[in-house]
Design a protein around this ligand. Structure first.
Ligand SMILES: Nc1ncnc2c1ncn2[C@@H]1O[C@H](COP(=O)(O)OP(=O)(O)OP(=O)(O)O)[C@@H](O)[C@H]1O
Ligand SMILES: [Mg+2]
Length: 508
């Protein structure tokens, strides 16, 4: 083969490999190119399976499908097996005279009337590691230099190896990105799945029902309920369960900003609209385009802003502060409040027309004291969450602790319960949350709506009683061991136990 032909061949192969990302397809094309320029009768590219040590024909030229199937070797077996095992090329001038030739594929008849063939097999290497081999058969020619042919094939094998490595790297990187994406998506989903709103009470079941009903629509939702009942959680859930879930969820706290600033916060402003407006600013309605805007504490909205909001609800349009261009918006509105809007309408601090526009689909979150069956469920949920967060092995609540949780009236609702459990987990150094891990406000639970008067004495007595019972349980009713456990004397221990009417016998 002329030098120029060789270079053209290598150039074509390199171009082909650059253009094709599909390994099999590109290998086939390499064999096609070899067939065209080398007068090749047959060619195969074999790949070694590093786990089973089996060598399999990946692609072949001039072989039937059956023949390819048969072409399986063990490492070291036959010529291909030897090349892959040793990493050294083998060239055979006349295959009819070669005893190592296995002819697995039965595609070559030995001797006889068939034309005599030469055979070259070179390893494909990834660094020092052999990953496969390329072999070609071509008609025997006296003048052909097998040495040159082997050299040429070695260059081709190097190019193929490079290609395999590139594809592998690309595949791994793509896999890594995909995995990262899956992880992030999962995190989001976990955060906002409806199932993360804990509750089994009838009242909460109604809420779940309403969330799933309204999520899929574009309806405006008004979420009502006392502070800490989970209004924001519900707003999140509606957005992430809606068809807008992949668009922004933008939150505005209407109570956090003074009236003059909330307007520009919601609708944006043009440069120079007011002192301090040094550049144009996009409002939350623009940022939430195609997504959902959550207007928290809507009851605190200034009357003038209420008028502009009403226009967005009715006409789906607004202007930036200081601007003249009318902007269109496609935003779903979820509002929340813990105020009594009806009273606000009555006393003129909330527009009646806005009230009706917002109140299309109200969801009411009942206070925790009206769904006592949820208390334990939530307490367990937060216990697991914070124990995990703080790497503590705390599995349950003691019976007195449960009683206290159930009796308390929870004016701060789920938020207060969550804080209470988080604190208990931090204080707890045992496997169980006891009543003395709970905050003092719970120590004298009452059903009243006013805050309970905290009696220090009652709290101390609760604590003492529970510690004594615990010590007795841990020592199987052995009084002196129990006293020692609590670092007190048997005399004091017995006195207190008697005071609380605790019977040692029960624990033996
Ligand atoms: N049903 C629930 N399941 C799990 N966690 C809850 C539930 N309800 C509330 N929480 C948690 O309680 C805390 C308070 O909830 P959220 O902020 O949604 O209350 P809110 O009604 O918006 O209160 P506020 O009116 O004070 O803004 C959050 O940490 C929230 O995750
Ligand atoms: Mg809130």
């Amino acid at each position: 083969m002329e030098k120029i032909e060789e270079i053209t061949l290598l150039y074509e192969i390199s171009e082909t490999l650059n253009q094709h990302m599909d390994l099999k397809k590109s290998l086939y094309m390499v064999l096609d190119i070899l067939a065209n320029s080398l007068n090749m009768v047959r060619g195969t590219i074999t790949i070694l399976n590093p786990i089973t040590d089996e060598i399999r024909i990946e692609v072949a030229h001039g072989l039937s499908k059956d023949a390819m199937e048969r072409g399986k070797y063990k490492l070291g077996e036959g010529i291909t097996g030897k090349v892959i095992q040793t990493g050294k090329p083998i060239a055979i001038p006349k295959i009819s005279q070669e005893p190592l030739f296995l002819n697995r594929t039965s595609s070559r008849k030995k001797g006889g009337q068939d034309q005599e063939l030469s055979f070259i097999c070179v390893p494909i290497k990834k660094g020092n590691q052999v990953i496969g081999a390329i072999s070609v058969d071509h008609p025997y020619e006296e003048s052909y230099s097998l040495k040159d042919g082997t050299k040429l094939m070695s260059v081709v094998a190097t190019m193929v190896a490079r290609h395999v490595i590139n594809l592998e790297t690309i595949r791994q990187e793509r896999e890594k990105l995909k995995e990262e994406n899956r992880r992030l998506r999962k995190k989001l989903e976990n955060r906002y799945r409806i199932t993360d709103i804990i509750g089994n009470s009838n009242k909460m079941r109604e809420v779940f029902q309403m969330i799933s009903q309204v999520s899929k629509s574009n309806a405006t939702v008004l979420i009502r309920g006392e502070s800490g009942t989970g209004k924001e959680l519900v707003a999140n859930s509606i957005h992430y369960n809606s068809h807008r879930s992949k668009s922004p969820f933008v939150k505005v706290n209407c109570a956090a900003l003074p009236a003059n600033l909330i307007e520009s916060e919601l609708f944006g402003h043009e440069k120079g609209a007011f002192t301090g407006a040094i550049r144009q600013k996009l409002g939350k309605f623009e940022l939430a385009h195609k997504g959902t805007i959550f207007l928290d504490e809507i009851g605190s909205l200034d009357l003038e802003v209420q008028a502009n909001l009403l226009r967005v609800l009715q006409e789906k349009e607004f202007e930036r502060v200081g601007g003249h261009r009318t902007l269109k918006t496609d935003v779903r509105i979820i509002a929340a409040t813990n105020k009594n809007l009806e009273d606000a309408v009555e006393d003129g601090s909330f527009r009646e027309d806005l009230y009706y526009r917002l109140n299309v689909f109200p969801i009411y979150l009942p206070p925790l004291r009206e769904r006592k069956t949820d208390i334990l469920l939530l307490a367990d949920y937060f216990l697991e969450k914070y124990a995990k967060e703080n790497s503590k092995l705390i599995h349950r609540f003691s019976t007195p602790a449960i009683d206290m949780l159930m009796e308390y009236h929870w004016p701060g609702n789920v938020r207060e319960l969550e804080n209470c459990i988080e604190r208990a987990v931090l204080l707890c150094e045992e496997g169980v949350i006891h009543s003395y891990h709970l905050p003092p406000t719970l120590q004298t639970g009452t059903e009243s709506n006013t805050l309970p008067a905290v009696s220090l004495q009652a709290a101390v007595e609760n604590l003492e009683r529970e510690m004594i019972i615990d010590a007795l349980k841990n020592t199987r009713g052995n009084v002196s061991d129990a006293a020692e456990l609590l670092a007190t004397t048997v005399r004091i221990f017995s006195y207190k136990a008697k005071k609380y009417g605790i019977d040692y016998q029960q624990y033996r």
